[in-house]
Design a protein around this ligand. Structure first.
Ligand code: C2G
Length: 131
């Protein structure tokens, strides 16, 4: 049976760390579904709005050859609903979230990948501000 992998993220100021994790997630199964954080969810998580709005972030992620479906993640509290609705067999995330999603082990396999070192959206914004 074909395996569906689900992952979540903001994917703001898209960079190689995002590519690497999405590629790794895709390699786990046959279909990759990505929940992209809404602008409001990002504000509630990070106290700032993303640089790229949610429509742009969705379009970027949807354009990748190893991504099959995208949707807007409106709430961290709805993770179980999203996994069930999109029929995820596996949930994969970067290890900055390690342990945080283990509660979903009853409905899917939960996997954490090491983050790509030395790159993050926050760091890129800080560097850009200096110019
Ligand atoms: N990531 C990575 N390496 C980096 C930067 C990010 O592997 N150098 C991964 C993160 O671990 C995450 C994904 O890329 O799995 C998306 O990262 P963010 O856009 O920072 O996502 P975040 O805001 O943490 O949102 O419900 C979960 C949240 O929506 C995740």
């Amino acid at each position: 049976m074909s395996k569906r992998v689900i992952t979540f993220g903001t994917f703001d100021v898209f960079h190689i760390g995002h590519i690497n994790i999405l590629e790794r997630c895709a390699s786990l199964g046959d279909t990759l579904i990505v929940g992209v954080s809404s602008d409001e969810l990002n504000f509630s998580k990070k106290q700032r709005y993303p640089i790229y709005d949610q429509e742009s972030r969705l379009k970027i992620v949807q354009s990748l050859k190893f991504v099959d479906e995208v949707f807007v993640e409106h709430s961290l509290e709805k993770k179980r609903e999203y996994i069930e609705f999109y029929r995820g067999d596996m949930l994969a995330m970067g290890d900055d979230w390690k342990g945080r999603f283990d509660e979903f082990n009853d409905i899917c396999d939960v996997v954490y990948f090491p983050r790509t070192p030395s790159i993050s959206t926050t760091e890129i914004i800080e560097i850009a501000k200096k110019f």
